[in-house]
Design a protein around this ligand. Sequence first.
Ligand SMILES: Cc1ncc(COP(=O)(O)O)c(C=O)c1O
Length: 374
Amino acid sequence: MKIPITKPYIGEEEKELISKVVDSGWVSQGPMVAEFEEMFAEYVGAKYAVATTSCTTALHAALSVSGIGSGDEVIVPSLSFIATANSVIHCGATPFFVDIDPETCNIDAQKIEGAISKKTKAIMPVHQMGLPADIDAIKDTADRYRLKVIEDAACAIGSEYKGKKIGGHGNIACFSFHPRKIITTGEGGMITTDDFKIAERLRRFRHHGMSVFDLERHKAQRVIIESYLEIGYNYRMTDMQAAMGIVQMKKLPEILKKRQDIAERYNEAFSKIAYLRVPGVPRYAVHNYQSYWVEVLGNAPVSREELMQRLLEKGISTRRGIMAIHKEPCYSMHNVALPHTERITANTIILPLYPSMTDEEVQYVIEGVFDILC
Ligand SMILES: Cc1ncc(COP(=O)(O)O)c(C=O)c1O
């Protein structure tokens, strides 16, 4: 058996709608993007959604329109994909790394206050692997210090915090549609906000700073001459991508259920292995299981790398746990000690989990892990 780490859940329906878009001739940002944005905003419970080319560009746009720039600091976890910190650098600001709570692998809300300086302008929590960070605790600190909260929700489509979807908590939240995420548009991102002015700035920012949007000009009965109100970027999603996103949104409840069912089977099986720690879910959260990780404990008979290698030999793909950004060469000037982050990045592995995974495939992964460890 060959089991990949993930597989997007794409079928004929996506092909049909994309092909209609191709036939229409409107392949760049247009009516499909507008429809996808509306669907997404409604799903998460936000007033506005703005589509972009990726979550990385979404984060850059969100930070920029929030006024983050040169000389500013943004508090981020180091245990994240490198794009989290890079987006801060893209704005000319500096990421300030804070350790995680090892139970959730999310930024430790209790440690944020100690990291705030005169330069701090924002906190960027990451809902790592789809498990929501403690938004209320983070917001409480942010409000006391008048800081912005911009959520890196790349992995968190469909996850919930205190009964509300991620993206619907009144902060700016940025999502990813990369194929390793919950739903995909090939590449793509989305920003949600309840603030009309921020939404308008984001729409301009992604469209070269132009005063008029394509769809508006197309529908206009009078000639509109555009002007450029600020320096912007081309961060526009195409209508072909949005068509895929619209179909994927309809499949989202099914995708989430399948992921949660598989994670439950993994949890039940792997919690019986004394050498592993399985992910816990705080009472406030609904987890979408964008990724499923286990921690290989110090008493295990094999190392994390050996476990990964032996699983690969059985045809089971795994990935190392989430990276620690401050340990990468390009961030070597950030000389900080983050003990929980360093332990989790060194000892966790991500196991295969995707909606089309069969019962036999799930069983094969479970047996593979038992075979090596027990
Ligand atoms: C936490 C996090 N932030 C940001 C990103 C970047 O997303 P994208 O690939 O859509 O730019 C990722 C992607 O892996 C991620 O996991």
